[in-house]
Design a binder for this molecule. Sequence first.
Ligand code: ATP
Ligand code: ZN
Length: 291
Amino acid sequence: MANLNNKNLKLAIQKQGRLTDETIEFLRKSGLEFESYKQRLFSLCRNFPLEILYVRDDDIPDYVEAGTVDLGILGLNKLNEEKPKVKKLLNLRYGFCSLIIAVPKESEIKDIWGLRNKTIATSYPESSKKFFKKNNIPVEVVRIRGSVEITPALGVAQAIIDLTSTGSTLALNDLRVLSKIYDSESVLIANKEAFINGKKNLLKKLITRFQGVLSAKNYKYVMMNAPEEMLPKIKGIIPYLKSPTITRLSTKGWISIQTVIKEDLFWETIEKLKKIGATGIIVLPIEKMII
Ligand code: ATP
Ligand code: ZN
């Protein structure tokens, strides 16, 4: 095993779990080259002074807070629950899930007020207590580390609070959602002093790379043909389009326009463009976008 070098940036990621594959994919998309074995403890990037440490996600908040590592990638849910003294730098747009309250399908409990004085099992006691306190509902919260979803069947609790993304585990255990506490996704966090120590410039470079991948993910590259007279209208439909690339077509009065469109407004925008006569619309993914 090579020695850890103090001049390198250090990033902790989940060793084996739901965030691991997508985190590695995200780092590779950011142009970082490294090997990752199943039994790895850490990897050194070939083309960036960055060491990647593979740990349990539960250890990441402490490692980042203590400065054992400069950076960490983990679920926002862990930050909400543990409130470590770290800096959140970026939302990474994967690892989406929600912390929800669920009861057995046949339960007579219809809403969160029906949980008054009931026992609720969860691995997220702090988030849970905060939620009930805010809503002024007295409940008993018991902390369970393992499979929370089976506790109602065991008679340990009348409701659970757990993470879910597709709801399939809930359905499998005959549970029904009562309410959502919060949404979560994967986030990049940093030690509070990361920006004032000697690695500041490296850190900035790395963040620029990450942002390039994230921006690219949020936009699509679009080419289309349209009557020239429609250009002002098209500019109105794509408001952040200040100076699109325009090419004149051989058909008189027609132009070809190239631009980027935001992913979340994508279908809405395309439909409006079609309505005013845009045709031959071609959409391409963007690999990286530096803005
Ligand atoms: P570790 O062994 O590292 O402690 P773990 O079992 O605690 O792993 P995972 O189940 O792998 O953790 O979940 C890691 C993170 O994945 C969660 O903290 C959450 O942010 C995210 N996640 C995304 N979808 C889900 C889901 N359906 N259920 C639970 N977590 C999810
Ligand atoms: Zn864990």
